[in-house]
Design a protein around this ligand. Sequence first.
Ligand SMILES: Nc1ncnc2c1ncn2[C@@H]1O[C@H](COP(=O)(O)OP(=O)(O)O)[C@@H](O)[C@H]1O
Ligand SMILES: [Mg+2]
Length: 339
Amino acid sequence: MAEDEVLTAGADEVERAAEAALRPRRLEDFVGQEVVREQLSLVLDAARARGTAPDHVLLSGPPGLGKTTLAMIIANEAEGALRLTSGPAIQHAGDLAAILSSVQERDVLFIDEIHRLARPAEEMLYLAMEDFRVDVVVGKGPGATAIPLTLPRFTVVGATTRAGLLPAPLRDRFGFTGHLEFYSPAELEQVLHRSARLLGAPLDPEAARELASRSRGTPRIANRLLRRVQDWAQVRGTGALDLEATHGALRVFEVDGLGLDRLDRAVLRALCERFGGGPVGLTTLAVAVGEEPETVETVAEPFLVREGLVARTPRGRVATAAAYDHLGLARPDDGALWT
Ligand SMILES: Nc1ncnc2c1ncn2[C@@H]1O[C@H](COP(=O)(O)OP(=O)(O)O)[C@@H](O)[C@H]1O
Ligand SMILES: [Mg+2]
């Protein structure tokens, strides 16, 4: 992994393997997210009592907050098999038809990035979710016929970083939507201690506190920083996961005081220095930092907004006084600043 990827919330291949070992498998081991956890446990208990598959569930929130983990927990608790796919992996309705025609009673079909599903596949999914039916098209051209196929009761779990992009008819097919929020430092401390225990390396309480406050409210980042602290401790420290190793690793990987990463800082800098604090449109801002608008909007912006560094206004994104302070820039004196 490149150094500047240490703080991004997405996961690559190597990381997915490391993450698998740290994923909680039961709802009671899932830290934080009280609201979503209670909603989910109600849905799961009710389904168990009725002896049926749970209702379809949509999970939304920024990357790294536990959507995939919850999908796995749902499959686990519903005692069904988990089938994994994603919006971009389903190019044609036929791809989805093939998956649907092999689902078994109680299976949990997890569709990651469901907002990127192609339109024809989306329509097929409505029908499957509502009526447990799919039309399998046999043959091509004028001779093609649609053979209706009845599906067993199964559960769709959709995950999205952009719930607002889901067409209303699709959104309406979900029994409930769980909105995942950024974690508090106290919750991230719990995540870190749990992970350290699983890695067999006790983490000093002060080290956990420091790491938790620098993890951008995101368990994936907390776990990743923990592994870098482990590296530092092993190579340059005493082997203990203490405050010294933590500060060492945070310095090497350029994690700033708020836990902001390179993209976050680039966005803030562009806003303050190039656009005079805004307002500026998302696309213009994305071009300025050389990223896709979707990345800026779903990866960087939610945390910047939550930290009060950036505000969204009808006319575009604006930097707040706190943004200037954080970057160590003088606040502009034209009075047009958002506080
Ligand atoms: N509530 C939680 N408690 C403990 N660990 C968590 C929690 N949420 C996420 N994690 C950890 O963070 C990592 C990323 O979570 P994941 O479910 O893949 O996020 P998402 O799918 O939302 O991007 C996983 O390795 C998981 O172990
Ligand atoms: Mg995921």
